[in-house]
Design a protein around this ligand. Structure first.
Ligand SMILES: Nc1ncnc2c1ncn2[C@@H]1O[C@H](COP(=O)(O)OP(=O)(O)O)[C@@H](O)[C@H]1O
Ligand SMILES: [Mg+2]
Length: 263
């Protein structure tokens, strides 16, 4: 049995450092003093019940929620108050849960948009690269995104962000609209491929079991706070965590049981 401290020392030096992040909307604080790190080539899962503030953490990182305290460092550079449109150029990739592609544009046009910072030749080369990672898309380059299946749609969303070669890839519930088996495949194949590019992967998921199977490290967010973190094997072995988050039951029960799962 590994201790958390031992495992933590085996993690790579972080690419992303979120420190004491407090953020919300208008005057309301949704996430409070949240700290976590993601190393290059690591998949870090941010788990938690519906409404815990997982999406808000990502939105705060990309300038879509208001940060009132704390900092976000990417590759040692403070991006806390960098304007959203500059973030992609600084290596920050984000795949939102909804509105993640342009439905009226074709697959090719979506990929070209993802590479808008690049020259024409580089775009063509990276589209070729993307087709190797996402071969399912190769035969449908001229198809409008709205005609893709759920799984193809999510692959395109990831491929589009990969066009800019992000050093951080933050994904908000990429499996949410997929059948379990397709969600599993997306995590096992496509997310792994993103990791092989060397990016730090921050994976927000409500499906804890599936996320833990692909993650190198995980944080549990409940009611806007990180209440636990550890190696997936360690979290799985904790009876209370397993019961609440891996039982396949209603994850929102956890919100009512915050004190039970707080480490
Ligand atoms: N745009 C918004 N304006 C105001 N409140 C919001 C907004 N988005 C989310 N919230 C609130 O923030 C809380 C956390 O939401 P969210 O970050 O989406 O949680 P999760 O992704 O973990 O399900 C919820 O109470 C939600 O109602
Ligand atoms: Mg969410």
């Amino acid at each position: 049995m590994h201790t958390s401290a031992t495992d933590e020392r085996r993690r790579p030096p972080p690419q992303l450092v979120v420190d004491g992040l407090t953020a919300g909307y208008g005057g309301a604080t949704v996430v409070d003093d949240v700290s976590f790190t993601v190393g290059p080539g690591e998949v870090v899962a941010l788990l938690g019940p519906n409404g815990a503030g997982k999406s808000t953490v990502l939105k705060a990182m990309v300038g879509q929620a208001r940060i009132t305290a704390g900092s976000v460092l990417l590759g040692g550079i403070d991006i806390t108050s960098v304007r959203p449109h500059l973030l992609a150029g600084m290596g920050c990739g984000y795949v939102p849960q909804y509105r993640d592609v342009f439905d009226e544009l074709t697959v090719r046009e979506n990929l070209e948009m993802g590479g808008y910072l690049l020259g024409k030749e580089a775009i063509a080369k990276r589209i070729d690269d993307a087709m190797e990672v996402f071969p399912a898309l190769a035969g449908m380059m001229d198809r409008p995104a709205r005609k893709l299946s759920g799984g193809e749609h999510k692959m395109l969303a990831i491929a589009r962000v990969m066009m800019s070669r992000p050093t951080l890839m933050a994904l908000d519930e990429p499996t949410a609209n997929l059948a379990p088996i397709l969600g599993r495949r997306l995590l096992d194949e496509q997310i792994r491929a993103v990791v092989r590019s060397g990016a730090a992967v921050l994976l927000v998921e409500q499906r804890a079991a599936a996320a833990l199977s692909v993650a190198d490290w995980a944080y549990l967010l409940v009611a806007g706070r990180v209440v636990r973190s550890g190696h997936p094997a360690e979290l799985r072995a904790q009876a209370d965590f397993a019961e609440v988050f891996l039982g396949g039951g209603d994850a929102t029960t956890a919100a009512r049981n915050t004190s039970d799962v707080r480490a």
